[in-house]
Ligand binder design. Structure first.
Ligand code: SAH
Ligand code: SF4
Length: 396
């Protein structure tokens, strides 16, 4: 993923605060209600350009276009899978970056209403480099702007509106590590939550992190009402060093302590994500280490069968292994759910389209990466903690 074109200097309108938009109109000798007209077309009417805002005089539409981008997404390619239940969108952003969002439809059930959940991206690529993740393989291109994050939600809402539906949930589980782009992610959450803008309840928003401890602490200080999900994938440092390379900087005990503190301060239960990789992190030893780590905490553990990703030597744990692992956790009093692997579940599918688009890396690079991962995970299973660099992106 490389950026070639010049970036557009105009800020995205969805990243602008309502008061700043009013001030912009007032500065031009216009009444403040003009800002509300624009906001209504942008947030309720899903407008993509000023030309469609017919309530504004033509000259003002032109000025608005010169000052802001009403939509920061240039083009979107949508692929529908799972019998219409999943829509993967590939968004082309300014300057050549490409990111993904995945819209998942869940029909109504006796215990829950119909849901439409969007998994969106916070960065183009990711620097963390988890070896089982398609995004990690791509490496890092750039942080997304606030408006580029919000506009993924507007794009999904626009598509849903065609069928008279609304977006009900947003999860930051697409490409990127949101806590490494908090300065843009926090204002994006504010815009998504603000009743004058996107208007989605904070409790319907989940932010997922691979364990950026200073970012978790920053969130704790703000006391947010959205859900924090922590991607654990291993309870032992030796293994987590391999699966989530950030563990070398913030080891698992520190991550869990920061999450505990967050739960104490906000009163919100923490969710832990645990991707099940066959023969790597699904052993009985791993189950007891995880149970020990979380014992007594008010948490929710989500076990996710690993989605197949090109260039890794690994596959998903078989269903009976996942069930045994879940039973082990439940026996320790930990609330645990197993996500279906329709290939469409949150996060698991994200990054793959963009990775495919990035092209096939050279064969020897892939071979070397596979070999290093097998060696590193075998050493980790023996409990050895290596200090050597773990292969992240295939292009390393
Ligand atoms: N960077 C953040 C959020 C994006 S990843 C994080 O890591 O939490 C969202 C979730 O998808 C994470 O829990 C991640 O571990 C998981 N994931 C990534 N690749 C996966 C794969 N191949 N199979 C299953 N889950 C995967
Ligand atoms: Fe980045 Fe999350 Fe993928 Fe790890 S799992 S490489 S943190 S996007």
């Amino acid at each position: 993923m490389s950026e070639v074109a010049e970036r557009d200097a105009r800020p995205g309108l969805s990243g602008i605060l309502p008061d700043a938009l009013s001030a912009w109109f007032v500065e031009r000798g216009q009444p403040a209600y003009r800002a509300r007209q624009v906001a209504d077309r942008v947030w309720r009417g899903h407008a993509r350009d000023a030309a469609s805002i017919r309530t504004l005089p033509a000259a003002l539409r032109e000025q608005l276009d010169q000052a802001f981008r009403l939509d920061t997404i240039g083009a979107t390619e949508v692929t529908v899978t799972d019998g219409g239940m999943t829509e993967k969108a590939l968004h082309h952003l300014d300057g050549g970056a490409v990111v993904e969002s995945v819209l998942m439809h869940y029909p109504a059930r006796p215990e829950s209403r119909e849901r439409h959940t969007l998994c969106l991206s916070s960065q183009a690529g990711c620097a963390v480099g988890c070896p089982f993740c398609a995004t990690g393989e791509l490496g890092f291109a750039r942080d997304l702007e606030t408006a580029e994050i919000v506009d993924q939600a507007r794009d999904a809402a626009r598509r849903l509106a065609l069928g008279g539906k609304r977006l009900t949930n947003i999860v930051f589980m697409g490409m990127g590590e949101p806590l490494l782009n908090l300065d843009r992610v926090l204002p994006a959450i504010e815009a998504l939550n603000d009743p004058r803008r996107f208007g989605l309840g904070a409790r319907h928003i989940t932010v997922s992190t691979s364990g950026v401890v200073p970012g978790i602490r920053r969130l704790t200080a703000l006391g947010p009402q959205f859900t924090l999900a922590v991607s654990l994938h291993a309870a032992r440092d030796s293994l987590r060093d391999v699966l989530v390379p950030l563990n070398r900087r913030w080891p698992v005990a520190e991550v869990v302590e920061a999450a505990r503190e967050h739960a104490r301060a906000t009163g919100r239960r923490i969710s832990y994500e645990y991707t099940m990789i066959s023969g790597v992190n699904d052993t009985e030893l791993d189950g007891s280490a995880l149970a020990e780590l979380l014992r007594g905490d008010h948490v929710h553990v989500n076990l996710i069968p690993m989605n197949p990703v090109a260039h890794t030597p690994w596959t998903a744990s078989p269903a009976p292994v996942i069930e045994r692992f879940a039973a082990q956790l439940r026996a320790a009093g930990i609330e645990t759910t197993v996500r279906g692997n329709r290939g469409q579940d949150v996060g698991a599918a994200c990054g793959q389209l963009a990775a495919e688009r990035a092209g096939e890396p050279p064969g020897p690079v892939v071979e070397r990466r596979r070999r290093l991962l097998v060696e590193a995970s075998a050493a980790a299973l023996r409990g050895e903690r290596s200090r050597e660099a773990v292969p992240g992106g295939v292009g390393d």
